[in-house]
Design a protein around this ligand. Sequence first.
Ligand SMILES: [Zn+2]
Length: 460
Amino acid sequence: MSKLRLTNLTRQIEIGANCYLLEAGERRIVLDCGAHPKHEGRDSLPQLDHLSGKHVDAIILSHAHQDHLGSLPVLMRQHPSAPAFMTEPTRQLADVMLHNSVNVMSKRHENGEGEVPTFLHREATNCVRRFHSLPLHERFTPSGERIPYGETAEVSFQFEDAGHILGSTAVLIEANGRRILYTGDVNFHNQSLMHGARLPEKDLDTVIIECTRGAVPQPADFTREKEEERFAAAIREVFARGGSVLVPVFALGKSQELLTMIFTLRKKGLLPECPVYIGGLSTKLSEIHDKLASASHRQHPGLSLLPTISPFTISGREVNQQPIRPGRIYALSSGMMTEHTLSNVIAPHFLPNPAHGIFFVGYADPDSPAGRLRSAKQGDSFQVAPDIQPETLRCQVETFGFSAHGDRESLIDYVQRAAPKQVVLVHGDPDAQEWMRQTLSVRAPGTKVLSAPSGVPLDL
Ligand SMILES: [Zn+2]
């Protein structure tokens, strides 16, 4: 049997700069090439040294979030002949995301705060020129040729809908008769905008599965609809006492989910018409969602978010200068309130006022400003960034369960249904992976569970 080997090029067992090398015989395929959200410069890159001097046949991008995409121009600079494959929505979103990264890296460097950017606009443009978009459910060779139905190839891959954000996919790779599924980031349940994932469940040898929420139990009676209603009720209460709501969101995915939620809650009469503010990057990414509204697998086909919700685009300068007026929703990135982002800069205007609310709607690293605020107590002194005056926490702080990642039970259910010969746990902190390992040993005893230590080749 010819070689089939996986090497995790993420620097640690964590949700970091995702990158995986799959070697099938003499073919080398790289799955994703992210940037670590907490690091800059060289430290933000995956372990690309493992690839130096080696030929790469294909790069496959599962979706356009930074932790899967953000170092792709560096990899493509090192491997100038390797093509990169993704879905068409991911191609369009990735173009915007990469140029936005250059803006963020360059600005920090110019202000003396950050490392030298890992790539510049010219490289981002060159990289995007080498992107090839492919449809779902069709098989391609690593050089991008379509394989007609019924024909075989030594190595092939196809995209399947992963239900995480617009354009997100799992990747099914067939190599010398063996079938390997890389889930990327996956969500099996419907969100407000995205439909749940539909992944293959037959004849799988290996599933490389994300474990983001492995350490987080889901309440037994949780439903998205009930959570949306709880969210709407909380916003109404803030408005009734003369406050406004800040919702820190990721610009890609969560912003558009939130706009869709506002649309459906208004339609149900659960939210009043009110001004909604979003950032410039969210607006650009929402435009792509709207352009593809009828061409992508999602709920509310044809719904154009920007003309329907009519959010205002707000800049960093306006965030600092405009007073927070009552009865407004500020859906601003970043989701973790990272320093110098819009949600971070505006937060001190919310913190000391008991009328206002800061509502979290997704994952936050415990060490991020959002993570710290979630565990702070009323009356605590809270500082969003070292160069910003601390404020006393008096506003309402709530967390809602609108994650774009599958809950851990749904991940276990999928492995049980698919019953692959083996599972490789990735994209999760050690405690999340440990829960998955222990639970699978009881619930899927026929499936071997492997972890993928950083940089160590794993024979599949
Ligand atoms: Zn993601």
